[in-house]
Every structure is written in structure tokens, then in C-alpha cells.
Design a protein around this ligand. Structure first.
Ligand SMILES: Nc1ncnc2c1ncn2[C@@H]1O[C@H](COP(=O)(O)OP(=O)(O)OP(=O)(O)O)[C@@H](O)[C@H]1O
Length: 240
């Protein structure tokens, strides 16, 4: 269970104090939680703060009751928090197989790795021995990053707009990846998304706007209201 208590985040923006998160308090304990809201509302800032990439100006973050506010990203990773970067970190010479094995933290058979790659829509045979470098497309790199987080299967896996930069065809398979992850991973999946299809599979939806927590509830409670405020010819994504 993750608890955010009175989280505030301020930055110095051209010598002016800018409050990006304003006194956000929320408890995240469901299995599949989505954070949504308008552009610039503070969602990515909140995700980076949970992962330990940035620290709050004030407030506390508790993981299973333990105060982790002062822990950095590595220490939080050891406690079971994974953050999916837009692309996997790459080291010269390391292949997809190597990186998935490292992420999983245990010996993986070729069959296990192939299963994970297939789940994210990659034809395992073609990718397993490829070095992770710029010869892979943005969409391929993103899927490998998602595969690595899935292999890790930690207490809390955070994804920041995994759909960004993914084409429509791949988007459908991405939804299946998250549905499968929801069914198979034990920990909490926290996903930032503007996509109705992702919000539709969430147990709980958190709405953040203008740096404030606007709403928290089940998808049955929150989604109709989000859709209601969206005009018939405007997609939820445009609205958000
Ligand atoms: N270091 C910083 N300095 C100045 N402004 C910042 C900084 N970090 C974030 N911001 C601003 O804070 C606001 C919230 O940014 P954030 O990326 O968290 O929004 P978001 O809800 O994830 O948006 P999107 O849906 O567009 O990804 C934005 O206006 C952004 O420009």
C-alpha cells in the first residue's frame, strides 16, 4: 500500500515560485490504478515523485507504512517500486535477453523470455538476441521496457503514458498486455493514461488537475463523470 500525505512540490520557474503539486493526499492500494487528468496537471510529476526521481517540497510518502520520502530511486527500487521509463536504459553489448534476465533478477529460460516478449507483441525470435540500441524503433524500445517491468513483477509498477508513440494497431495489443499483467502480476500497477480503454480496466481512477487531487473512485464512479463532461464529438483523450 502506498500513501501520499500532503504532498506539495514547488519549483523555481524564472525566479517565481511555481506550485506543481498542491497538498495531494491519496492512498493507493488497489491492484490496477489509473491516474488521469488534463495536460500539465501534475501526473508525471507525481509518478516521478513516487519512483524517487524527484523529492516533494513537503509531505510524506509511505510504502506499507514505512516512510520512504527520503529514499532515492535505487533504494525505492530495492523496496519494490519499478518505474517504466519511456525507453529502457541501454548498455553497449547487452541484448534484449540479457536485460530481461537482469530485470527479472533470476535465471530465465529462452522459453520464459520468449513468452514475455510475445506478451508485449514482439516476435521473440527476431528480438531475443538483439542489442538494445538506437537500431530499435521507439515503439519496440517501449515494448521492451514494458516487458522488463512485467518480468520484474514488483510490489508497485509505474507506467507513465505507455501508449504515447504507439500506433493504433499496437495500441490494441498494448491493452491486452496490461489486461494480462493485471491478471498475472500480484503487486499494484499504477498507470498514467488519457486512454479510455485503459481507464476502463482500472479498479480505481485518480483525477489530477492543476496540481490538485480532483477525484478518486472506482471506474464506475469516475468514468461516467469524465465521459459526461466530454462532448459527443470530442474524445476523452482530447478532453483530458
Ligand atoms: N522542473 C520544472 N520547472 C518548471 N515547471 C515544471 C517543472 N516540472 C514540471 N513543470 C510544470 O508542471 C506542470 C505539470 O507537469 P507534469 O509533466 O507533471 O504534467 P502532466 O499532468 O504529466 O501532463 P501531460 O498530461 O501533458 O503529460 C506543467 O505545467 C509543467 O510544465
Amino acid at each position: 500500500m502506498l500513501e501520499l500525505r500532503n504532498i506539495t512540490y514547488e519549483v523555481d520557474d524564472n525566479q517565481e515560485n511555481k506550485e506543481i503539486l498542491k497538498n495531494v493526499s491519496v492512498t493507493i492500494k488497489d491492484h490496477f490504478v489509473a491516474i488521469t487528468g488534463p495536460n500539465g496537471g501534475g501526473k508525471s510529476t507525481l509518478a516521478k515523485m513516487i519512483a524517487g526521481i524527484i523529492r516533494p517540497t513537503s509531505g510524506q510518502i509511505l510504502l506499507d507504512g514505512e516512510d520512504i520520502t527520503e529514499l532515492d530511486i535505487t533504494e525505492r527500487a530495492k523496496k519494490g517500486i519499478s518505474f517504466a521509463f519511456q525507453q529502457p536504459v541501454h548498455f553497449k553489448g547487452l541484448t534484449v535477453k540479457d536485460m530481461i534476465t537482469i530485470a527479472a533478477g533470476r535465471e530465465m529460460s529462452v522459453g520464459d523470455i520468449c513468452d514475455i516478449l510475445s506478451e508485449v507483441g514482439l516476435c521473440a525470435r527476431e528480438y531475443i538476441d538483439r542489442e538494445i540500441n538506437s537500431s530499435l524503433s521507439g515503439g519496440e524500445l517501449k515494448r521492451i521496457e514494458i516487458a522488463m517491468i512485467a518480468a520484474r513483477g514488483t510490489k508497485l509498477s509505474i507506467f507513465d503514458e505507455p501508449e504515447a508513440g504507439i500506433d493504433l494497431w499496437s495500441f490494441s495489443s498494448l491493452i491486452k498486455v496490461f489486461e494480462k499483467m493485471r491478471d498475472e502480476i500480484n503487486g499494484t500497477i499504477l498507470i498514467i493514461s488519457h486512454q479510455e480503454r485503459i481507464l476502463n480496466i482500472a479498479d480505481r481512477i485518480i483525477v489530477i488537475a492543476d496540481g490538485e487531487l480532483r477525484q478518486v473512485g472506482s471506474r464506475e464512479e469516475v468514468l461516467p463523470q469524465l465521459l459526461h463532461t466530454t462532448s459527443a464529438c470530442q474524445t476523452l483523450e482530447e478532453k483530458l
